[in-house]
Ligand binder design. Structure first.
Ligand code: DLL
Length: 428
């Protein structure tokens, strides 16, 4: 099935895309060198005109979250504050937030990108889009809001939370598209069940889910509970917010808006670029933004860029589902494991609910222990057997030894935004 394409640039040839990227990169380098003292210093000796191909990206320095912190709040902005029309921020685990800014042109461009993302999901002006991403400093709410309006759809700006009311509006308004974190989509499914509203028989048909890692097994759970197609959307505030990449209805990985953000995959240890198809850390260079055009921004997200075409006809490079952030990786007695991998093993067994939490403790003998807590609706008399099966599956698939604790339905705290999957008591 060929769906409509928002922007013809999504189907241009590789050569044309690279030509466009290089041209835009040169221009952006000139801009940051002349307007941002930080980049003027970092880019000494790099003449924008000397950039001939994407291979020249490796001549450029990386930018990190620490650089944004060191220049808090507005030090990396490339325009005067008079030209900034919006500020967002993402809260870190500690200290000051990461602050990002947008000019009027940036907001217009971003609205075009979220409209592009919604179009990738088959959303049109005839849809009713309930946007349950948080509105505020978080980029999810306002980011998708502007794109849905630009597309001409009817947006219901519920923001996150107030689940009972969300469910009522879903039902009464005949919402056809839901935007939320995947974990909050499941909370809404529970709320609908409590209210006696069968989501599957309603008009809801597609979900635009992202802002946190979620496995293919979680996709299957959500699709069966809500009776919809669940599609993945990726982004980060530093690069722009949601719609850096978005899956199309074929679910072949997320199409990257590479005409605006040039992706690279690097080895996080050596910082060397990796060949197409290899897994590593995603890095983006913003080549069209005005207020905050970051060069080679290290996301710490681990993924692969996928070669080959897509049945939708778009030629933009795709990224596979994000495994997790390398700073969220758990090291359990020497074994590296991401929460999303544990999620996949739990849901594969089919006897537990998609609500879980991982608790890491440091024992008296200084070794680390992991407890996997997961809900099950099964009879408590079967919990012992279930615990043993999960423990053995986790050991077989991931090589980790852990304890498993089965909890009853609703015992794990629900989240309205990004789910808190890991409680690391070692840091307290
Ligand atoms: O989460 C932007 C966003 C809003 C994306 C709504 C999608 C939908 P931040 O709060 O800055 O921005 O967090 C960015 O969230 O580096 C990833 O670690 C993670 N993340 C975002 N999307 C996905 C996804 C928004 N689809 C950080 N899969 C990123 C996995 C994701 N992780």
């Amino acid at each position: 099935m060929q769906s409509a394409v928002w922007d013809p640039v999504e189907t241009i040839s590789r050569e044309d895309m690279e030509r466009l990227q290089v041209e835009r990169l040169r221009e952006r380098l000139g801009l940051v060198k002349s307007h941002v003292p930080f980049y003027r210093e970092r880019l000494v000796g790099v003449e924008p005109g000397s950039i001939q191909s994407l291979a020249d990206l490796t001549r450029l320095p990386f930018t990190s979250k620490q650089d944004l912190r060191d220049n808090y709040p507005f030090g990396l902005f490339a325009v005067a504050m008079a030209d900034v029309v919006r500020i967002h921020a993402s809260s870190g685990t500690t200290g000051k937030p990461t602050v990002v800014g947008y000019t009027a042109n940036d907001i217009e461009m971003w609205a075009g990108l979220t409209a592009r993302a919604l179009t990738l999901a088959g959303v049109t002006k005839d849809d009713i889009v309930q946007n349950a991403y948080g509105y505020g400093l978080f980029t999810g709410g306002l980011g998708l809001h502007y794109g849905a309006e630009k597309l001409g759809a009817a947006v219901v700006p519920t923001s996150s939370g107030n689940t009972a009311r969300q469910v009522m509006l879903l039902q009464d308004f005949g919402t056809t598209v839901l935007c939320a974190t995947p974990s909050y989509a499941l909370v809404l499914a529970e709320g609908a069940a409590e209210a006696g509203f069968d989501l599957k028989s309603g008009p809801l048909r597609v979900g635009i889910f992202g802002a946190e890692p979620w496995s293919e097994q979680m996709r299957a759970e959500i699709e069966s509970r809500l009776g919809i197609a669940a599609l993945d959307i990726y982004g980060l505030s530093e690069v722009i917010g949601p719609a850096v990449a978005m899956e199309c209805v074929h679910k072949t990985g997320m199409h990257i808006a590479e005409d605006h953000f040039i992706p690279e995959i690097i080895d996080p240890d050596t910082l060397e670029p990796l060949p197409l198809g290899e897994s590593g850390e995603l890095v983006f260079t913003c080549v069209t933004k005005e207020a905050l055009p970051l060069i080679r921004y290290r996301t710490h997200d681990l993924a692969r860029l996928l070669p080959g075409g897509c049945p939708c006809g778009r030629t933009t490079v795709r990224m596979e589902k994000v495994l997790g952030r390398n700073d969220d990786m758990l090291i359990i007695r020497g074994i590296n494991v991401f929460p999303s991998q544990i999620e996949a093993v739990l849901l594969d067994l089919g006897q537990v609910e998609p609500h879980y939490q991982l608790v890491v403790e440091r024992g008296a003998d200084h070794t680390d222990g992991l407890e996997v807590r997961v809900e099950s609706a099964s009879d408590p008399s079967q919990h012992g057997e279930l615990e043993r099966s999960l423990k053995s599956n986790l050991r077989d698939s991931l090589g980790i030894g852990c304890t498993v604790r089965i909890l009853g339905p609703g015992e794990i705290a629900r989240s309205e935004g990004k789910a808190v999957r890991v409680i690391d008591n070692r840091r307290i």
